[in-house]
Design a protein around this ligand. Structure first.
Ligand SMILES: [Zn+2]
Ligand SMILES: [Zn+2]
Length: 626
């Protein structure tokens, strides 16, 4: 008998055993995990007829500046109102003086914060929008949202409800607003687009450059992370001549070019030169990052160890160094990390007023809110943030919002996003980088655009109506079956981090770790039903650049990936092998069809991090990489 025939016989016997096991197991499954009642969506009432007392048809739109952001604000207002009324009735006009009644007047104000705006009814049919360099533009977007229900959900999917009479639902109420966060940044896909970023309140310069006429950025001069040896004191320039400038490691009893020796005065002198070069020749942005490299190889020379011990934290050694740079450049914000080995606040040293400390939540659990005292990782983080908040007047956060080891797996953190943002704000945080899947365009199989939208808007206003914003997005983007997706999100969030004993739902969690999703067979069936209904109701007409059905199918990949890694439902092993293998192959092919090429975070020449077809379909999706 040849090898092929042997394998075929083996598979036949295996299948027979699996079927027998399933026959025995099935009655127990329905006994222990009875079917959950099907989800019934709440009937949606047709929109009530509302009074729209004021038409803006015929209004002039004037701005005062030349090539300044008030021009962008006026043009944005005119273009969007034209889209709403369906003709070219509105235009932006440059004018030094007021035009009279029935007019929008857009003006920059020097005494406003850069992101601050004021919308007011000035009487005589005049609506004024006043603001700082970006605030004037943010004010226009808020006005269009509030009075005309416009939304910029993704870079290529905007919702402008038709309103031919340009009638407003309510009278203009005065509103002056400035976000608490001076720095607001996230990645994913759409935040790379300038219009989307302005519409949703982003202002960093990591993923987009906002031109001056559109308000400019508030961001970094030079690199934004791990700069200390990657862009500032590069080992290729100094290590050969000055190995003593770099970290001493006890393990190898040698200097390694992976961090700096922060107590060496020559290192400080050289760093002042490096930062000075950025101040005089960089991009003019307010922040310069002096941040440790992404490893644990801090210096263990006698002096560094002495300061570490005195401060009770490596952060003390780091801050003494960074404070000296900040003293040298009082007009610059010098940014450093409280990350991994520098997360614990120091006992003695306090950051100078122009030092930014960016506290990173990399160790935390994202099934539970950061202020949940019952989650051990988060309780430790909450203690640290309280101390940092009390000693630092410019505390920033680097937060995480996906599974970096399995970008294509569903990550159930939607129930904590707003609570965490409000927690940061309560701790007087002034800037946030919400890191997500920054390569999402290569592996968009989850809820990338929904996350980006919610995160951007929470940074702008942490107290927004989170449910309404999520529901509005789901309905517009995924179609009529949106309530089933909302139920999927709520149901899975309620079943995240429920395993006992609980460790954490960390950002490198394995899909089959029950701390990610603790679902039983009936829960998995329930979730499957939700997706089926959402797909059936999505609709196949184009909505922006694609159909809603395709969006639901794409996001469903992340759920199928989770099921595949957990050998659940169609991937269950108690069925003929060809069936669950076919499910694997189908999932892989669908991922390829949706343009997915990336598996996880990281880069290397061998392509270990890329999606790769396996030799056979016996494993799980967790094996499908180079
Ligand atoms: Zn040292
Ligand atoms: Zn937890």
């Amino acid at each position: 008998m040849n090898i092929k025939a042997l394998i075929a016989r083996f598979v036949t016997i295996l299948n027979a055993l699996m079927m027998a096991a399933a026959f025995i197991a099935n009655p127990f499954i329905s006994l222990f995990w009875p079917a959950l009642p099907s989800f019934e969506p709440t009937p949606e009432a047709p929109p009530a007829a509302v009074e729209k007392p004021r038409s803006l048809l015929g209004y002039k739109i004037s701005y005062a500046g030349q090539e300044t952001p008030d021009k962008t604000a006026a043009q944005t207002l005119a273009e969007t109102l034209n889209a709403i009324i369906g003709t070219n009735g509105f235009s932006a006009e440059q004018s030094g003086a007021a035009q009279g009644a029935n007019e929008f007047r857009l003006a920059l104000a020097a005494d406003f914060g850069a992101d601050e705006y004021l919308i007011e009814d000035a009487g005589d049919g005049v609506i004024k929008i006043t603001g700082g360099q970006r605030g004037i533009i943010y004010g226009v977007y808020r006005f269009l949202e509030q009075y005309f229900d416009c939304r910029w959900y993704t870079h290529d999917f905007r919702v402008f409800p038709a309103n031919p009479a340009a009638s407003m639902v309510s009278e203009v109420k005065s509103e002056r607003y400035a976000p608490q966060l001076e720095f607001r940044e996230t990645d994913w896909i759409s935040p790379r687009d300038v219009t989307y970023s302005l519409a949703n309140g982003l202002n960093g310069n990591v993923y987009r450059q906002i031109p001056a006429i559109q308000g400019g950025n508030f961001g970094y001069n030079g690199g934004m992370a791990h700069t200390i040896i990657n862009s500032l004191m590069k080992p290729e320039n100094f290590f050969a001549a000055h190995p003593e400038w770099y970290a001493y490691r006890e393990s190898g009893r040698a200097r390694v070019p992976k961090q700096l020796c922060l107590t060496n005065p020559q290192v400080l002198a050289q760093m002042k030169l490096e930062v000075g070069a950025l101040v005089s020749g960089g991009n003019g942005q307010p922040i310069i990052s002096v941040t440790q490299d992404d490893n644990q190889d801090y210096c263990q020379c006698a002096e560094c160890k002495r300061v570490d011990a005195e401060e009770g934290s490596h952060a003390g050694t780091m801050l003494r160094f960074v404070n000296e740079i900040a003293r040298e450049f009082p007009g610059v914000l010098i940014d450093t990390f409280a990350y991994q080995y520098t997360r614990t606040p120091p006992k003695i040293t306090r950051p100078l007023p122009n030092v930014i400390v960016r506290l990173c939540s990399i160790e935390c659990c994202f099934a539970h809110a950061l202020d949940d005292p019952k989650c051990p990782e988060n309780a430790a983080f909450a203690k640290d943030i309280e101390v940092w908040s009390s000693i630092c007047n410019r505390l920033y956060i680097w937060d995480y919002t996906t599974d970096y080891a399995h970008y294509n797996c569903y990550f159930p953190d939607f129930a904590v996003l707003q609570a965490n943002m409000q927690f940061f704000i309560r701790n007087n945080v002034k800037g946030i980088y919400e890191e997500g899947d920054y390569t999402a365009s290569e592996c968009n199989s989850e809820f990338a655009e929904l996350r980006a939208y919610l995160l951007a808007r929470l940074m702008w206003n942490p107290d927004m109506d989170y449910n309404a914003e999520m529901n509005g997005f789901l309905k517009a983007y995924y179609g009529e079956g949106w309530q089933y997706l909302r139920e999927f999100i709520d149901f899975t969030s309620a079943n995240a981090g429920t395993k006992w004993p609980h460790k954490k739902m960390g950002i490198f969690i394995k899909p089959n770790d029950k701390d990610l999703l603790n679902l039983k067979i009936n829960g998995i069936r329930y979730a499957d039903e939700l997706w089926e209904k959402a797909i059936a109701l999505a609709g196949d007409e184009m909505a922006g650049a694609e159909t809603r059905e395709r969006r639901v199918l794409r996001s469903q990949l992340s759920w199928r990936y989770w099921k595949g890694c957990n050998m659940a439902a169609e991937f269950w092993r108690l069925q003929p092998a060809e069936d669950w293998q076919a499910a694997n192959e189908q999932l892989y092919n669908d991922m390829v069809d949706f343009g997915i090429t990336r598996f996880r975070e990281g880069w290397n020449p061998e392509g270990t991090y890329l999606l790769k077809q396996p030799k056979n379909w016996w494993g799980t999706p967790a094996d499908w990489h180079g």
